[in-house]
Design a protein around this ligand. Structure first.
Ligand SMILES: NC(=O)c1ccc[n+]([C@@H]2O[C@H](COP(=O)([O-])OP(=O)(O)OC[C@H]3O[C@@H](n4cnc5c(N)ncnc54)[C@H](O)[C@@H]3O)[C@@H](O)[C@H]2O)c1
Length: 448
């Protein structure tokens, strides 16, 4: 008889490919159901468990009564691992194994899935390693550091047949999903323009000093795939977001969430032109990415999307510090940062307001949506257990990630990019195409 463990082993060596909602070759529909076993526990391990990773560990541990158990945790900051082990013990009461090296942890068959909340330069490499080790993946957004890595991720997913849910959790929030359905059903008519925005007041990251690497940090492994640089004291943790070598700026930190909603609501793929303007206007420090960014995406069907971000000024549009508005020939629809939406007519009169008791905490950088994340976890479990369709599949999330990566490339070279709308690649621009991929530290090259 085929057991679930044998099934996982088969997938691990890449012999069978799971088509979501389908049945594996060699298995009858009933044995497939037994293997995926709706009652079987999902054992999950965490990679990168400082702030977002700690929140995810708490969230997954909270799903104990849905059959989820956090078994292992890995961080290159030993303090983060210890703290997260305590978090899981407090929430779920079980013992958790701590690790300092992702490669060693992935050798274990103590778990079936991983969640990844490392810095962005590690997202695709960690996900690829996990899939090769036979694990399903809950991958924090953005999917990757650069467009080339999206291709490798999708190839790896196909090759190893693993389930990958990306942390665009809004795709699972009930009222947001309902708003998108209303858009698709024509509540504001034909949509020609989608606007997205984000405001925050982030402090300066300062000028880093070269200091000895702290005893709690494995700097070699923190850098992993990124070419080596000497340690400075203002990057670990969080402020790597603003340095191109590891980070991807506000565009992929927050833009990704909102442009993903625009793409979903407007049913758009890749644009034909991307233009980004703005710059770093606040503070004189090591911050390289723009703190003020205006991006315009034009599509071949004449539709337009914009992304506006201000990282160092608190402000709002339509009463929301972050959000999206869709404009159609019959009115507009706004989704703020939370699980709610408003519909307006052409005179800006409110015609519908769908609200939620589940709160979005605007200033909470780590876990603004704890109560809502559970919906996204449940969809991941349903995909693993029953083959349910993922709400934020790797292919969809890679497209949204890529739009924001293209906007950053346009920003860095200072001109409009012409894009092949069929596949998102850059046309006729050698300088821009150099930023399609990154250089890897020798021995860390990424392959499916
Ligand atoms: N979906 C959301 O709403 C949401 C919210 C916040 C953050 N995020 C995403 O989560 C990711 C992490 O963000 P953060 O704020 O927690 O960053 P952070 O810098 O605070 O934490 C990253 C952790 O990863 C660890 N790490 C680095 N290399 C590692 C390796 N090789 N193995 C194991 N651990 C490693 C670091 O030591 C650190 O503890 C980011 O990519 C961010 O975009 C998503």
């Amino acid at each position: 008889m085929n057991t679930r463990r044998q099934f996982i082993k088969k997938i691990a060596v890449g012999t069978s490919v799971l088509s979501l909602g389908g049945v594996l070759p060699g298995f009858s529909a009933s044995s497939y159901r037994n293997i995926i076993g709706s009652n079987e526990r999902i054992r999950i391990a965490g990679i990168g468990v400082n702030s977002r990773g700690n929140a995810l560990a708490r969230g997954f541990a909270n799903e104990k009564n849905k059959g989820c158990i956090v078994t292992d945790l890995c961080d290159v900051d030993s303090r983060a691992t210890e703290k997260c082990i305590k978090t899981v013990q407090e929430v779920a009461g079980n013992k958790v194994r701590g690790h300092g090296d992702i490669r060693r942890m992935l050798e274990s068959d103590n778990f079936d899935a991983v969640f990844i909340a490392t810095p962005d330069h590690w997202h695709a490499p960690a996900a690829v390693m996990a899939m090769k080790a036979g694990k399903h993946v809950y991958l924090e957004k953005p999917t990757s550091h650069n467009p080339g890595e999206n291709q490798v991720l999708i190839e790896t997913e196909k090759k190893y047949g693993k389930i990958v849910q990306v942390g665009n959790q809004r795709r699972s929030w009930p009222n947001v999903a309902h708003a998108i359905k209303e858009l698709h059903d024509g509540i504001i008519g034909d949509i020609h323009y989608g606007r997205s925005w984000y405001f925050n007041k982030r402090p300066s990251m300062g000028i880093g000093k070269s200091t000895p690497v702290p005893g709690w940090l494995n700097w070699e492994l923190w850098q992993g795939p990124a070419p080596r640089v000497s340690y400075k004291d203002n990057v670990v943790h969080y402020d790597w977001h603003w340095v191109w070598h590891w980070g991807t700026g506000e565009a992929l930190n927050n833009g990704m969430h909102f442009v993903d909603l625009l793409r979903w609501g407007m049913q758009l793929g890749y644009p034909s032109k991307v233009t980004s303007t703005g710059g770093r206007y606040h503070h004189q420090d090591d911050w390289e990415t723009p703190d003020t960014q205006l991006v315009n995406f034009s599509f071949v069907n004449g539709k337009t999307m914009t992304w506006e971000s201000q990282s160092c000024i608190r402000s709002s549009i339509s009463g929301h510090g972050s959000g999206v508005t869709f404009y159609g020939d019959k009115g507009s629809l706004t989704i703020g940062g939370g699980n709610e939406y408003q519909v307006f007519d052409l005179d800006n009169k409110l015609v519908k307001h769908v609200d939620s008791k589940l709160v979005f905490e605007e200033g909470n950088l780590v876990n603004p949506t704890q109560s809502l994340d559970a919906y996204h976890f449940q969809n991941f479990f349903d995909a693993i257990r029953k083959g349910a369709k993922l709400n934020s599949s790797l292919t969809e999330a890679c497209s949204s990630t890529q739009l924001m990566q293209l906007s950053n490339i346009s920003h860095r070279i200072g001109r409009t990019l012409n894009i092949d709308h069929r596949n998102g690649s850059i046309l006729n621009d050698k300088e821009a195409s150099k930023l399609w991929k990154r250089e890897y530290e020798k021995g860390w090259e990424l392959e499916a």
